[in-house]
Design a protein around this ligand. Sequence first.
Ligand SMILES: OC[C@H]1O[C@H](O[C@H]2O[C@H](CO)[C@@H](O)[C@H](O)[C@H]2O)[C@H](O)[C@@H](O)[C@@H]1O
Length: 610
Amino acid sequence: MRIEDYALIGDMQSAALVARDGSIDWLCLPRFDSPSCFAALLGSERNGHWWLGPNGPGERPMATRRRYRDETLVLESEWDTEGGTVRVIDFMPPRHPHPDVVRIVEGVRGTVEMATTIRVRFDYGRIVPWVRRSDGHLQAIGGPDSVWLHAPVPLKGGDYAHRATFTVSEGERLPFVFTWHPSHEPMPVEIDPELQLVETESMWREWVSRCTYDGPWRDAVIRSLITLKALTYAPTGGIVAAPTTSLPEDLGGVRNWDYRYCWLRDATMTLDALIGSGYLEEARDWRRWLLRAIAGRAQDLQIMYGVAGERRLPEMELEWLPGYEDSRPVRIGNGAVDQLQLDVYGEVMNSLYLSRSYGLEPDTRAWAIQRELLEYLEHHWDAPDEGLWEVRGPRRHFVHSKVMCWVALDRAIGQVERFGRTGPVERWRVLRDRIHAEVCDKGYDPERNTFTQSYGSRELDAALLLIPVVGFLPPEDPRVIGTIEAIQRELTVEGFVLRYPLAEDNAVDGLPGGEGAFLACSFWMAEALAMIGRREEATRLFERLLALRNDLGLLAEEYDPHTGRLVGNFPQAFSHVPLIHTARALAKAAESPALTGTHPGLTREAPSGE
Ligand SMILES: OC[C@H]1O[C@H](O[C@H]2O[C@H](CO)[C@@H](O)[C@H](O)[C@H]2O)[C@H](O)[C@@H](O)[C@@H]1O
């Protein structure tokens, strides 16, 4: 199954991937980062899955069409068969208190032969549970996990799976409910699936109704916002980068990482997109999450945490899983947790500044922490780091990292100037200017008229496209235009942008193999083009990027132009965030075709909210 053949359903604590043939191939419970009970995505059906679709000889048929019900995360897959048409409605209702997956089979026309097969495998496909029937329901139990399947038809066991065949006729509705709970607790109270359907739909509709974006490409923006909301962990306000681990950036390769954590970078960018679309509540929750997660000494700040603020995320390989299309290893945890990535200081400071600009009430603890972070940065901004790409090669003086140190100081100064905060603002101004001068001196190649990946290097880096976006230099600056053009010339494949060049020896990122075009970088290119007044070119690129979304409007981290497939974890916040920003930047550029110089997410041009 291609990555783009998957749909997302979720309950803002975890999420499942539903394949186009009706199989749920990925589900971790009770949290995004819990061990999975279905992991066929990274192996085979023997690693756990739940299929539900039309019965028949030969291969399982793919849904004839599928869509989300209006502006919700309720999925409808429909199959036209000889006997008629059947619809399966998949969703995860908000918790009360346990997680449920509901699948309602609905006869649309005629009579359709249906079948289902379920193989529960806990602990990433490793634990084959004990399965028993109780009161006509199925319970699977293994270690700390227990799941119940309430099915409207009898299931038969065999070959470590449970199966049923049945028919559904026009107007009939057959609900299946799958519920997880800790194995030491009694059976949870059964939910009413039809009532939950109504409530889940209305919850999403109410959330979408609060969106303030009414510009062009609204459908794409709304779908991206819903996807981002689905990646927030409701109990704490944390936001995961993606709900999957180890979907490869290079099919068959080793670039497989676990994204089920809360990166300060990805989360702040997500938040900026949400705030700019009217969702201040999420900003409030995330600020509280941040204050809890980073509480303590500024030098202990990590670049990522677990969804509840956990600090240890040890990276390990699951050798029993063969990986998506043989892309090994499958990893859980993420070694980048211990890296130094100076850009996160800029992203955090910017996001807190932006929240205030959009009217989030002041918080004294938040300002106290920001001051501590700045103090740390004042002493460490000039250190080499691993940069936003989390390279696994040696540390360098990445230009983007330094630019973001400038952003951190600039936004702190902005908080003093605009919101009456106090701090050593003169000292910050001096350092801000010093960093600016150093970047323009050491991070710029005058011969080629482009900024470079790191001091003294000749390589390019797509993160440099953010220079005008964050306000480090105005878009009309010849060095900005030169950098955009150099990246267009040297760092694109079929017009899509790579993060950085992958040299033969892969000296920078320290990893074997290649990777696809990075979708966030490609959106940044469209946005940068819009900012320098090349609106038509920007729109063309943006629309090509929109065309890479799957039929449900979802994007992975990367796109492989050679195979024409989405690659990397899916769906990925880092791709949906710049989609939203670029739509807004293009809308803005259409209003004022001159160089815009403003970014809805990052610059200081946000509303005052005072
Ligand atoms: O390229 C190697 C690194 O790849 C991952 O990092 C990427 O994903 C992060 C989450 O979206 C994002 O914040 C970062 O900018 C990306 O480069 C992986 O998480 C790293 O462990 C790995 O070193």
